[in-house]
Write a protein that binds this ligand. Structure first.
Ligand SMILES: [Zn+2]
Length: 272
């Protein structure tokens, strides 16, 4: 388990550093008035989430998989699936379950309040990919643990999925411009920053689409694929109306945001 934590942390820090570097080299070049001022809160949130997870469920989803495996629980062992098949299948099903979890978090009002905090980031960069409410992180673990147990997912598959999800979340929120030809090819395999930018548009119909984090196929399969924002990638307004100003991006405000009522429509969109 110590090795599991080290692998996850190592890959996470490596990918975060790579994305921050890539953002310097291949930046979209759009104005980001808040920029790094969003970072303290965006980076503190995953720290709080991790501490909370360690307190509530120290072994995490991989621990649940080890526990289920020892008892022979789940569909894959019941079907006698060989290891080489069980691992990719489990990764696929876990990604599908995260797609539906994300979709449900957009559609159920009380869950949207938790997830809205992630969308309220008025600018997108790799740190947005870490900005999730600790309660959403806890709920997500509960859902993952249920799927892992029902499936009897091999611990290696769960570890691979956790690492993959974390890395792709950093990648698809990153402020990088991928050349059009390469991007068109890449979005067939993985959710790209352009696809995920559409999901972060303030236009409801665009936010309620492109729910995939890792694989783009579920959006095609379940009719939620949106190719690009109507306003264009560079002109799409990012964030959630009413939650965009600098002072709302403070850590304390973000933690309390799910419990705060939505600001009036004439609430300023810019300012301290
Ligand atoms: Zn979302």
């Amino acid at each position: 388990m110590a090795a599991e934590a080290a692998i996850r942390l190592g890959v996470f820090l490596g990918v975060l550093a790579a994305m921050v570097l890539a953002e310097r080299i291949w930046a979209r070049g759009l104005a980001m008035p808040l920029g790094w001022r969003r970072w303290p809160a965006n980076l503190a949130l995953p720290l709080i989430g991790s501490v909370l997870l360690r307190l509530v469920a120290p072994a995490g989803a991989v621990g649940v998989a080890v526990w289920a495996e020892a008892r022979g629980l789940g569909l894959l062992p019941a079907l006698g699936a060989p290891f080489w098949l069980a691992v990719p299948l489990a990764v696929l099903v876990l990604d599908l379950s995260i797609y539906w979890q994300h979709r449900v978090f957009h559609h159920v009002p009380v869950l949207w309040r938790l997830h809205r905090m992630h969308h309220a980031d008025p600018e997108l960069d790799a740190t947005t990919g870490l900005r999730f409410h600790p309660v959403e992180i806890l709920l997500s673990l509960g859902i993952k643990a249920t799927v892992v147990t029902a499936l009897g997912a091999p611990p290696l598959a769960v570890l691979a999925f956790e690492v993959l999800l974390n890395a792709t979340s950093l990648f698809n929120h990153a402020d990088i411009r991928i050349p059009v030809g390469a991007e068109r090819w890449l979005r067939r395999l993985v959710v790209t920053p352009d696809m995920h930018r559409t999901h972060h548009s303030e236009v409801q119909a665009e936010t309620d689409g492109c729910f995939g984090f890792c694989l783009p196929w579920w959006d095609h399969l379940f009719g939620s694929y949106r190719a690009t924002p109507a306003a264009g990638l560079d002109d799409a307004v990012i964030g959630v109306p009413g939650w965009r100003i600098a002072r709302q991006q403070r850590l304390d405000r973000l933690l309390l945001q799910p419990f705060a009522s939505t600001p009036p429509v004439d609430f300023p969109q810019r300012g301290p």
